[in-house]
Ligand binder design. Sequence first.
Ligand code: ADP
Ligand code: MG
Length: 141
Amino acid sequence: MAAKERTLSIIKPDATRRNLTGKINAKFEDQGLRIIAQKRLHLTEDEAGKFYDVHRERPFFKDLVSFMISGPVVVQVLEGADAVAANRKIMGATNPANAEAGTIRKEFAESIEANSVHGSDSLDNAKREISFFFAETEIVG
Ligand code: ADP
Ligand code: MG
Protein backbone atom coordinates (compact mmCIF):
# COMPACT_ATOMS: atom_id res chain seq x y z
CA MET A 1 0.00 0.00 0.00
CA ALA A 2 1.32 3.40 -1.00
CA ALA A 3 1.65 5.74 1.96
CA LYS A 4 -0.20 9.04 1.94
CA GLU A 5 2.44 11.78 1.88
CA ARG A 6 2.76 15.53 1.55
CA THR A 7 5.33 17.31 -0.61
CA LEU A 8 6.24 20.91 -1.33
CA SER A 9 5.80 22.24 -4.85
CA ILE A 10 6.76 25.65 -6.24
CA ILE A 11 5.49 27.00 -9.54
CA LYS A 12 8.50 29.08 -10.60
CA PRO A 13 8.59 32.63 -12.08
CA ASP A 14 8.97 31.47 -15.71
CA ALA A 15 5.62 29.68 -15.38
CA THR A 16 3.69 32.38 -13.47
CA ARG A 17 4.94 34.91 -16.05
CA ARG A 18 3.40 32.83 -18.85
CA ASN A 19 0.11 32.37 -16.90
CA LEU A 20 0.58 28.59 -16.58
CA THR A 21 -0.51 28.11 -12.95
CA GLY A 22 -3.82 26.49 -13.90
CA LYS A 23 -2.33 24.21 -16.56
CA ILE A 24 0.34 23.02 -14.09
CA ASN A 25 -2.22 22.52 -11.31
CA ALA A 26 -4.31 20.42 -13.71
CA LYS A 27 -1.32 18.07 -14.17
CA PHE A 28 -1.17 17.50 -10.40
CA GLU A 29 -4.92 17.02 -10.01
CA ASP A 30 -5.33 14.83 -13.12
CA GLN A 31 -2.64 12.51 -11.74
CA GLY A 32 -4.14 12.14 -8.28
CA LEU A 33 -2.39 14.78 -6.17
CA ARG A 34 -4.52 17.17 -4.11
CA ILE A 35 -3.48 20.82 -3.62
CA ILE A 36 -4.13 21.18 0.12
CA ALA A 37 -2.39 24.55 0.58
CA GLN A 38 -1.39 27.23 -1.90
CA LYS A 39 -0.21 30.85 -1.92
CA ARG A 40 1.35 33.28 -4.38
CA LEU A 41 4.47 35.08 -3.11
CA HIS A 42 7.27 37.24 -4.41
CA LEU A 43 10.36 35.80 -2.67
CA THR A 44 13.08 38.05 -1.32
CA GLU A 45 16.73 37.33 -2.15
CA ASP A 46 17.25 36.21 1.44
CA GLU A 47 14.30 33.77 1.35
CA ALA A 48 15.31 32.28 -2.02
CA GLY A 49 18.92 31.89 -0.82
CA LYS A 50 17.80 30.16 2.38
CA PHE A 51 15.41 27.88 0.53
CA TYR A 52 18.17 26.76 -1.89
CA ASP A 53 20.90 26.72 0.79
CA VAL A 54 21.97 23.15 -0.20
CA HIS A 55 23.02 24.56 -3.58
CA ARG A 56 24.99 27.53 -2.16
CA GLU A 57 28.36 26.19 -3.40
CA ARG A 58 27.09 25.24 -6.87
CA PRO A 59 28.17 27.42 -9.82
CA PHE A 60 24.53 28.16 -10.73
CA PHE A 61 23.48 29.30 -7.22
CA LYS A 62 23.60 33.09 -7.83
CA ASP A 63 21.71 32.84 -11.12
CA LEU A 64 19.16 30.48 -9.54
CA VAL A 65 18.41 32.95 -6.74
CA SER A 66 18.11 35.85 -9.26
CA PHE A 67 15.72 33.76 -11.34
CA MET A 68 13.60 32.72 -8.35
CA ILE A 69 13.08 36.38 -7.34
CA SER A 70 12.46 37.61 -10.91
CA GLY A 71 8.69 37.32 -10.50
CA PRO A 72 5.97 35.74 -8.36
CA VAL A 73 5.99 32.08 -7.40
CA VAL A 74 3.13 29.86 -6.24
CA VAL A 75 4.09 27.68 -3.25
CA GLN A 76 1.86 24.72 -2.57
CA VAL A 77 1.49 21.54 -0.54
CA LEU A 78 0.50 18.47 -2.58
CA GLU A 79 -0.97 15.41 -0.88
CA GLY A 80 -1.48 11.88 -2.18
CA ALA A 81 -0.12 8.36 -2.44
CA ASP A 82 3.69 8.47 -2.48
CA ALA A 83 3.37 12.21 -3.14
CA VAL A 84 7.11 12.96 -3.09
CA ALA A 85 7.97 10.44 -5.83
CA ALA A 86 4.65 10.93 -7.67
CA ASN A 87 5.30 14.66 -7.97
CA ARG A 88 8.89 14.14 -9.17
CA LYS A 89 7.48 11.90 -11.92
CA ILE A 90 4.82 14.46 -12.91
CA MET A 91 7.52 17.20 -12.98
CA GLY A 92 10.05 15.33 -15.16
CA ALA A 93 13.84 15.59 -15.22
CA THR A 94 15.62 18.78 -14.09
CA ASN A 95 16.83 19.41 -17.65
CA PRO A 96 13.75 19.61 -19.91
CA ALA A 97 15.83 18.10 -22.73
CA ASN A 98 15.88 14.87 -20.69
CA ALA A 99 12.28 15.03 -19.42
CA GLU A 100 9.73 12.43 -20.50
CA ALA A 101 6.79 13.29 -22.76
CA GLY A 102 3.76 14.57 -20.85
CA THR A 103 5.75 15.89 -17.88
CA ILE A 104 5.47 19.50 -16.74
CA ARG A 105 9.08 20.25 -17.57
CA LYS A 106 8.90 18.65 -21.03
CA GLU A 107 5.77 20.64 -21.89
CA PHE A 108 6.51 23.95 -20.21
CA ALA A 109 10.14 24.44 -19.09
CA GLU A 110 12.22 27.05 -20.91
CA SER A 111 15.68 25.79 -19.81
CA ILE A 112 17.50 23.73 -17.16
CA GLU A 113 17.24 26.78 -14.87
CA ALA A 114 13.81 28.15 -15.82
CA ASN A 115 12.23 24.74 -15.47
CA SER A 116 8.77 25.79 -14.24
CA VAL A 117 8.50 23.77 -11.00
CA HIS A 118 10.28 22.75 -7.82
CA GLY A 119 9.41 19.54 -5.97
CA SER A 120 10.85 18.11 -2.74
CA ASP A 121 13.24 15.20 -3.36
CA SER A 122 12.67 13.22 -0.13
CA LEU A 123 10.10 12.96 2.65
CA ASP A 124 12.49 14.59 5.14
CA ASN A 125 13.12 17.51 2.78
CA ALA A 126 9.37 17.76 2.08
CA LYS A 127 8.67 18.24 5.81
CA ARG A 128 11.43 20.86 6.10
CA GLU A 129 10.36 22.70 2.94
CA ILE A 130 6.64 22.68 3.84
CA SER A 131 7.40 24.24 7.23
CA PHE A 132 9.61 26.85 5.48
CA PHE A 133 6.49 28.29 3.80
CA PHE A 134 3.40 27.11 5.69
CA ALA A 135 2.01 27.05 9.23
CA GLU A 136 0.07 23.86 10.06
CA THR A 137 -3.11 25.96 10.26
CA GLU A 138 -2.72 26.95 6.58
CA ILE A 139 -2.70 23.32 5.40
CA VAL A 140 -6.17 21.82 5.03
CA GLY A 141 -6.00 18.15 4.07
P1 ADP B 1 15.55 19.64 -9.17
O1 ADP B 1 14.79 20.97 -9.16
O2 ADP B 1 15.16 18.78 -10.33
O3 ADP B 1 15.49 18.92 -7.84
P2 ADP B 1 18.26 20.43 -8.43
O4 ADP B 1 17.82 20.29 -7.01
O5 ADP B 1 19.50 19.70 -8.84
O6 ADP B 1 17.09 20.01 -9.44
O7 ADP B 1 18.50 21.96 -8.78
C1 ADP B 1 17.65 22.96 -8.25
C2 ADP B 1 17.33 23.93 -9.35
O8 ADP B 1 18.53 24.61 -9.74
C3 ADP B 1 16.82 23.32 -10.64
O9 ADP B 1 15.43 23.01 -10.61
C4 ADP B 1 17.13 24.41 -11.65
O10 ADP B 1 16.20 25.49 -11.57
C5 ADP B 1 18.50 24.89 -11.14
N1 ADP B 1 19.59 24.16 -11.78
C6 ADP B 1 19.98 22.88 -11.55
N2 ADP B 1 21.04 22.53 -12.30
C7 ADP B 1 21.36 23.65 -13.02
C8 ADP B 1 22.36 23.95 -14.00
N3 ADP B 1 23.26 23.04 -14.38
N4 ADP B 1 22.37 25.19 -14.53
C9 ADP B 1 21.46 26.13 -14.16
N5 ADP B 1 20.49 25.91 -13.23
C10 ADP B 1 20.43 24.69 -12.68
MG1 MG C 1 16.18 19.55 -5.98
